[in-house]
Write a protein that binds this ligand. Structure first.
Ligand code: ATP
Ligand code: MG
Length: 453
């Protein structure tokens, strides 16, 4: 009581002590929250119901509740419960405990996968940290109010119970949803220090939801941005991938720049946002990606990163060619350079890296529109990706539109049409040097080179 009084006159909110903060949630009924029960996944309801029937608490949580409250159909449903992973696993036929440090349970119904997480404790004070204050392990179970306090933003810390159709709101998330504001829970500096990735998350949510970032939540970002350097590269990569496939990639990148988050943090972003040559190309690639996501189509990370880094590859490709390399080995050397520099700060997974290389390596082969080569290309397992990439190069003005049109006709045409197209193409297009040909030759003019000037 006295403590509370002193806090009150000092204007100190419980915020600074997340463990004791906001223990009692505001309970919102259907009229207040307005969630359309029809948007809630039947499988999420099955899980919460089963857990509740067995005496546990269980809620839909996080991004799904935020999306439901904004009237958007959530792309996935996470469940939070006070049951331990072992207890959860026992209740479902296809349930798998994942993770060693902090275990969660994957519950499967057919193709549908739902994550069930046990409430986490908020005892970050005792948790092991790196020298910059980043929490390395945070794996204690806890009470629901502690679980709420360790979530990132107020709008992400609400719990929906499908049975009673109530929302439990611990940090004023509903008010912030109405105000379209992103507000970090607790003291912003401390929360970014614990986990710098939250700075990237706030940017992603702001761009995706078209919410404002609360002034106090925003203020420390430019100063604290360099802390992202200490986050393991694989985690930054995962977050970047989420950002780029959010359906609002361009808006996210612009917002990152606005918040001073792109500079020097991730080579990829420096390259993408500050390279005048590729701007048109990248803009088109991201617009394409956003459109695909918004239409519910899949996006290949390999294609996406291949696009973002293409002009860096082109630049190096030209340099190797100017130094006397043949075009194809020059392209491979350029790809190696770009992938190697990138991997240090933003670990591109091996599979994605190899997809990128395939897409790049296919590009000079589209120039060869004579003999059997185009037919061989038709059998290439990545033809579609390589062709889409070629079209982007055409659309950005890097190469002649005519090449893309030729390939469209060739791919769509019947055998007579294909024959006609091959015969209509002058032989000069066969420009690439094979490794066996040792004689120096005059290089056919390459349109790709024009873009690197
Ligand atoms: P999305 O629509 O992108 O899935 P999301 O809010 O569901 O958004 P997730 O990464 O799926 O994002 O995380 C689920 C929930 O877990 C979040 O809503 C938030 O409550 C919590 N969370 C995730 N990452 C963090 C973090 N770095 N710090 C604190 N809480 C986090
Ligand atoms: Mg989610």
């Amino acid at each position: 009581m006295i403590k509370k009084f002193i806090r009150k006159i000092l204007g100190v909110k419980n915020k600074s002590d997340p463990a004791s903060a906001n223990k009692k949630p505001t309970v919102l009924g259907p009229k207040e929250h307005g969630i359309d029960p029809g948007l809630v996944s039947a499988n999420a309801i099955r899980i919460t119901q089963t857990l509740q029937e067995n005496g546990f608490k269980a809620f839909v949580v996080g991004g799904a509740v935020r999306d439901l409250l904004t009237g958007v159909k959530p792309k996935d449903f996470d469940i939070a419960t006070n049951a331990t992973p072992e207890q959860v696993k026992r209740l479902f036929r296809r349930a798998f405990i994942i993770g060693r440090r902090f275990q969660i349970v994957h519950v499967m119904f057919g193709q549908d996968l739902l994550e069930v997480t046990t409430f986490r404790g908020a005892a970050t004070d005792g948790a092991p940290k790196d020298e910059h204050g980043r929490v390395l392990r945070d794996n204690t179970f806890g009470e629901q109010h502690e679980d709420a306090a360790r979530r990132d933003f107020t709008v992400n810390a609400m719990y929906y119970d499908p049975a009673s159709q109530t929302v439990l709101d611990y940090h004023g998330g509903m008010k912030d949803i109405k105000k379209k504001t992103l507000r970090i829970i607790g003291v912003p500096e401390a929360r970014y220090r614990e986990d710098p990735v939250r700075m990237l998350r706030v940017v992603r949510f702001a761009a995706k939801l078209q919410f404002d970032i609360d002034a106090a939540t925003r203020a420390p970002i430019p100063v604290m941005a360099p802390l992202i350097n200490n986050v393991p590269a694989a985690r930054v990569f995962d977050e970047m991938l989420k950002l780029l496939t959010s359906g609002h990639a361009m808006a996210c990148l612009q917002q990152l720049r606005k918040e001073g988050l792109h500079h020097g943090l991730m080579p990829l972003l420096d390259v993408v946002l500050e390279q005048p040559l590729g701007e048109k190309f990248v803009t088109l690639a991201l617009a394409n990606t956003d459109e695909r996501v918004q239409q519910g189509k899949g996006v290949s990370p390999g294609f996406l990163f291949a696009s973002l880094l293409w002009h860096q590859v082109v630049e190096k490709w030209e340099a190797y060619k100017a130094a006397g390399e043949f075009p194809i080995p020059a392209l491979h050397l350029a790809a190696d350079d770009v992938l190697n520099t990138q991997t240090d700060a933003l670990a591109i997974q091996r599979k994605i890296g190899s997809d990128m290389r395939d897409i790049w390596a296919m590009q000079p082969r589209f120039d060869k529109r004579v003999g059997k080569t185009p037919y061989k290309m038709l059998e290439h397992p990545r033809l579609r990706a390589g062709y889409d990439f070629l079209l982007l190069r055409c659309a950005s003005g890097e190469i002649d539109e005519e090449i893309g049109e030729w390939w469209t006709d060739f791919m769509e045409g019947d055998s007579a049409e294909r024959e006609r197209l091959i015969n209509s193409k002058p032989k000069t297009a066969a420009s690439e040097a094979g490794p066996k040909k040792r004689k120096p030759r005059r290089r056919a003019p390459r349109k790709a080179a024009a873009a690197a000037e």
